[in-house]
Design a protein around this ligand. Structure first.
Ligand SMILES: C[S@@+](CC[C@H](N)C(=O)[O-])C[C@H]1O[C@@H](n2cnc3c(N)ncnc32)[C@H](O)[C@@H]1O
Length: 359
């Protein structure tokens, strides 16, 4: 019987109950790198001889190193805007060759390969050109495409909109998609300046899956697509030319047909876009709180200014009252003295008159 103790480092045991949680928090919150599909690439490498790979859209380069580990001797990493980290990474690994030209133009500069990994500019115009080139020039290759499910399946995403003729691109926005509504929203999966998203989903010539369908429609009907419903969707295109192609498709089928994977992917995108919405609302509330704090600080400083002005006015009025009181006292004193002097003068006058009458 196989038990939990077969892989205790991943799922733990009664002596190490936190192993699975440790594993879970080691992962980024949003899985999106091709390296999560290692298990599927192992299946591809088992069934096909893969020595040369063209990887379109590389980002960090960790996926590229995985392909070399799996046995590829040459991995052409097509990335028009490589980071310093990727440059350093490519220098450290002999098998990696950095190609700083955008795809599909880059494809013409590289020898045909055994495996193409299409994960660059996720829109109909670019993916369609890439597929048309590969189907024509490398008909025996395996093609792996990322983002064949939500959100790019039926909605273009543009890293470099200006590289596409205007009539081949859709009006795009900095807002992003969410599974909680059909329209884009600033609370959705936004590119933060790295990419823009088509305002409308669906219709003709829109999205990665639509490009796959149209390219296969135009090609010979031996091409087959197995779609794995995990981590934004992985499409594997194989041309059924020999038994090895059938065996590869057969080995991929349990992943492609898994209702469990499909349910988990739907749950994952629902939860992740809910997290994005909550983050957006929290940031908006934090901004409201900052604004409120600023208003309170302004009102409090105004109140202090008014209190100071009031104290000054009270002090000024008290001083004036004191001065008036002093003047009043002085006047009362002067009046009293005047009255006394007047009475004394009258008394003296009366005495004088009395003395005159008596003589
Ligand atoms: C989703 S990321 C690739 C992730 C990578 N494959 C991984 O597994 O980690 C997309 C990358 O494609 C690059 N890109 C955009 N337009 C491209 C083009 N026309 N050709 C090649 N790469 C492109 C972007 O710069 C970005 O680094």
């Amino acid at each position: 019987m196989s038990t939990a103790s077969d892989c205790p480092h991943r799922i733990g045991s009664r002596h190490d109950p936190h192993a699975q949680a440790r594993e879970a928090r080691r992962q980024p919150l949003l899985l999106h790198s091709m390296s999560v599909y290692r298990e599927l690439f192992e299946v591809i490498f088992e069934h096909r001889t893969i020595t040369t790979i063209v990887e379109i859209g590389v980002e960090s380069g960790h996926g590229s190193a995985m392909y070399a580990e799996l046995g590829a001797s040459d991995v052409y990493c097509v990335e028009p805007e490589p980071s310093d980290e990727l440059r350093a990474y490519a220098c450290e690994h002999d098998a990696l060759h950095l190609v700083e030209i955008p795809s599909p133009k880059a494809l013409e500069t590289i020898p045909p390969a055994d495996l193409y990994i299409v994960d660059g500019d996720h829109n109909y115009a670019v993916v369609r050109r890439e597929l048309d080139w590969i189907l024509t020039h490398a008909p025996d290759a395996v093609i792996v495409l990322h983002d064949v499910l939500w959100p790019c399946a039926r909605r273009d995403l543009y890293y470099e909109p200006l590289s596409i003729p205007p009539e081949e691109r859709h009006p795009a926005s900095a807002d992003g998609p969410t599974v909680w509504q059909d329209e884009l929203t600033p609370a959705g999966l936004v590119g933060l300046g790295a990419f823009r998203t088509a305002e409308h989903a669906g219709g003709e010539r829109n999205g990665v899956m639509t490009a796959v369908e149209d390219a296969l429609e135009q090609s010979d009907d031996r091409w087959h697509c197995e779609l794995v419903p995990a981590v934004f969707g992985l499409g594997v295109l194989v041309r059924r030319t020999d038994i090895s192609a059938d065996k590869l498709l057969e080995a991929l089928r349990p992943y492609g047909r898994s209702r469990l994977l499909a349910a988990m992917e739907n749950n994952r995108i629902a939860l992740y876009t809910r997290v994005l919405q909550l983050q957006y609302e929290a940031a908006a509330h934090a901004m409201d709180a900052d604004r409120l704090a600023e208003e309170i600080a302004r009102a409090s400083s105004e109140k202090n200014n008014i209190a100071t002005a009031l104290d000054d006015a009270v002090a000024r009025h008290s001083a004036e009252m004191e001065s008036l009181r002093r003047k009043n006292n002085l006047l009362e004193q002067q009046i009293e003295e005047l009255a006394n002097r007047t009475i004394a003068s009258r008394v003296r006058t009366l005495f004088r008159r009395g003395a005159t009458r008596g003589s």
